[in-house]
Design a protein around this ligand. Structure first.
Ligand SMILES: Cc1cc2nc3c(=O)[nH]c(=O)nc-3n(C[C@H](O)[C@H](O)[C@H](O)COP(=O)(O)OP(=O)(O)OC[C@H]3O[C@@H](n4cnc5c(N)ncnc54)[C@H](O)[C@@H]3O)c2cc1C
Length: 689
């Protein structure tokens, strides 16, 4: 008899580094308190504490600390619970812990006999669906395992070997009585010394050896594990077994059972506990039918092959989830989420060459490069992902001095529509490399980016709040100052609509790429003089500190984002007035101007698919109602010259996003690299005819 789970091997020991090296899958560390310390010395192995007695500890506290550890370890924790008291208390503890982990409700109430929660704040939610295993061999504990747990942990007694089989039967019956599939429950056996292969016939799928002795641990890994593997039945897999309630929430048209083996364990479906945390983006609510989380380029290839078997479904490619058009999630389709491809490596110190995975966030990149005295200019928000920004442009606070993010890109590795993984740089697939720098989303899934970082010491960082009662006048003066300023200084402006009874203000954020206070003050002074200054904060700080302010956490965007974007060459009085009118119209709740030019304009327009090199400003407006915003935006078209697709939600506006020659070349390349139009869900180049 077996329950279909792939075989796993663990040790009950605190020698976590050794057993990770020996290839074990699981470390059960006897002392829960030392688990976080030992976890920090490992990078792969699954981690569980010894049995936590829920009569001695507060269940909510157990839940929170397990979630914290799971976040710290990137989703490697399993929780083992037991009781020296009543099994009913154990069942309640499982409920309480799951309630604390549930991100869908900010507070939780629970009225049990042994455990209570009264409007308790929920969270943190763990990084993955932490399995709760229940340990013990009392009849009532076995029933709790069957009714509620993800695993049952038994201790092997050679004198009573039949206990495993008998225990499993009780667990199974309790599971069925509770409407569950017994295969939802992993069977874990802790052994001391030898273990007969017959335990596999009793349904055991995780064998944990209890010893601290290095020689015994090595012997188990070298002799027992291969012997048990050889005796294991065929057809075992890591594919999770979902309860009927989860299966009922599956979306139509997806071959869920055909998800490749390499991706099945991490895949998330609508009925899974982790789904609310991954369904949406920063700005857009989503309801995908399936999310796949590849861990390396080969798994990206698998994920894409699977997605291609569903040609009529939307396909989202997600790195950091901050896409303004929101196309990295969808409704009923497939999402390939690249968060695990987030490595940041220095390839060559002398040339400042670094390789970065698409799932890394720009604040992580900034923090990793800081000790080297380097930075790669990104956007203004450290939470944005590398993948989306570095395939579209990257207008940031270092742009006027160092260029766009894509100007620092030297090579990519990309999975193409046909499933091939290729490199693109100036010599290898140069046309693809050209296209990726501005229209990457149409050509494949970038699995790594190689950049040449810039030497950036501390920078001057200013946040100014100014009087903008005369919005048009303010914009005009800001435009004059920003266009004149030397290229070591890049300024962004944010404005909202005027509000009755409140002073109209504007916020200027500016970075000076210099650590010299005199230079910083000299460059910022003209901005402070644009109008009356309400508030100012100027610091000399690391670029990484400016990026660091973005919080961590899941995305809970809702609805459809509505944004328009344009480039302008000059903030003329007519444009300034048009912008003020737009703000007064009520159609716009957020208005931003970013200065570009400088080093961005040093790059010839034809050098990358991002072609609007001669723009001096990039303008963004966000609204609630797409039609209303579009109407007023279009009346101002005469002022605009193209658009930056990273801030646009009008997916059809390709003729604005790319000048004619660029678009024609992109269409040719699209026909070559993606003839079946697999990558179509974000500013689809082929469709716009
Ligand atoms: C708060 C905020 C601040 C921002 N500030 C700036 C800024 O200052 N400057 C700036 O230039 N932009 C800025 N942006 C826009 C941002 O650069 C883009 O939205 C970018 O696409 C987000 O990247 P992501 O990986 O987080 O997004 P995702 O939503 O994960 O991806 C966005 C799109 O990029 C494509 N994509 C993602 N990963 C890959 C990949 N590996 N290979 C191929 N295609 C891929 C997909 O089509 C996807 O729909 C900001 C956005 C937000 C929400």
């Amino acid at each position: 008899m077996h329950y279909g789970h792939a075989l796993r091997f663990g040790a009950l020991t605190d020698r976590t580094e050794l057993i990770e090296e020996l290839g074990y899958d699981l470390a059960m560390v006897p002392e829960w308190t030392s688990l976080s310390f030992l976890a920090g010395r490992t990078g792969r192995i699954q981690l569980a504490g010894g049995v936590l007695d829920v009569t001695e500890r507060n269940a909510a506290v157990i839940g929170r600390s397990a979630a914290g550890l799971d976040l710290l370890t990137g989703g490697r924790v399993a929780l083992v619970l037991g009781t020296s008291g009543e099994a009913a208390g154990l069942a309640e503890a499982v409920d309480v812990i799951r309630a604390i982990w549930d991100p869908s409700a900010p507070r939780a109430d629970y009225e049990g006999v042994h455990h209570r929660l009264s409007a308790a704040e929920t969270g943190p939610a763990p990084a993955h669906a932490v399995p709760i295993w229940v340990a013990g061999d009392d009849l009532a504990v076995l029933e709790v395992a069957g009714r509620k747990a993800d695993g049952w942990v038994a201790s092997f007694d050679p004198e009573r070997a039949e206990c495993v089989r008998v225990g499993n039967k009780i667990v199974d019956e309790a599971a069925v009585a509770a409407g569950r599939d017994p295969r939802e429950i992993r069977r874990v056996l802790v052994v001391t010394g030898e273990v007969p292969a017959s335990v596999l016939d009793d349904g055991v799928s995780t064998v944990v050896v209890r010893t601290d002795d290095a020689a015994a641990l090595e012997r188990f890994a070298r002799e027992t594990v291969p012997a048990l593997r050889a005796a294991a039945p065929a057809g075992l897999s890591d594919r999770p077994v979902r309860p009927a309630s989860a299966l009922a929430r599956r979306r139509g048209g997806i071959d869920y059972d055909g998800v490749p083996e390499s991706l099945a364990a991490d895949a998330i479906e609508p009925g899974d506990p982790a789904y609310p945390r991954v369904r949406s983006n920063y700005l857009r609510g989503g309801a995908p039918g399936l999310l796949l989380f590849p861990r390396d380029p080969a798994q990206v290839v698998d994920a894409l092959a699977f997605a291609r078997r569903h040609p009529t479904l939307p396909l989202g490619v997600r790195s950091g989830g901050h896409g303004v058009s929101g196309r990295s999630t969808n409704d009923g389709g497939i999402v390939i989420d690249l968060r695990h491809l987030n490595a940041i490596e220095v390839l060559d110190e002398a040339t400042r060459r670094v390789r970065i995975g698409p799932g890394a966030r720009w604040k992580e990149v900034a923090a990793a490069l800081r000790p080297h005295g380097w930075a790669i200019g990104s956007g203004d928000y450290g939470g944005v992902g590398v993948g989306g920004l570095a395939t579209a442009g990257g207008i940031g606070f270092l742009s006027r001095k160092h260029g766009l993010t894509i100007d620092k890109l030297r090579a990519v590795e990309i999975v193409l529509a046909d499933g091939s993984l290729v490199r693109a740089d100036d010599t290898e697939n140069p046309d693809l490399f050209w296209a990726v720098r501005g229209a990457g989303a149409n050509f494949g899934i970038v699995t790594s980016f190689e950049f040449e970082a810039d030497e950036v010491t501390d920078v001057g960082w200013a946040q100014l709040v100014l009087d903008a009662s005369d919005q048009a006048g303010f914009l005009r003066r800001f435009g004059e100052v920003a266009a004149r300023t030397p290229r070591d200084t890049t300024a962004f402006l944010i404005m909202g609509p005027p509000r009755r009874g409140q002073p109209a203000v504007a916020q200027i954020m500016a970075m000076v790429d210099s650590a010299d206070p005199d230079v910083i003050i000299e460059q910022l002074q003209p901005f402070a003089g644009v109008s009356g200054l309400y508030q100012q904060q100027v610091v000399v700080t690391a670029y990484a500190d400016v990026m660091a302010s973005a919080p961590d956490g899941d995305h809970h965007g809702q609805g459809e984002p509505v944004a328009r974007s344009a480039f302008v060459r000059e903030i003329t009085p007519a444009f300034a007035q048009a912008a003020a009118d737009m703000l007064a119209s009520g159609a716009v709740f957020f208005f931003q101007i970013r200065s570009v030019g400088g080093a961005v304009a040093d790059v010839p327009a034809g050098a990358t698919a991002y072609a609007h090199r001669d723009a001096v400003f990039q303008v963004t407006a966000m609204g609630i109602d797409d039609k209303r915003l579009d109407r007023i935006w279009e009346t101002n078209r005469e002022h605009f010259d193209g658009l930056y697709l990273s801030f646009e939600t009008g997916l059809g506006k390709l003729a604005d996003a790319f000048p004619p020659a660029t678009l024609a070349r992109l269409r040719d390349l699209k026909r070559h690299y993606d003839p079946a139009n697999v990558f179509r869900d974000n500013f689809n180049i082929r469709d716009a005819k």
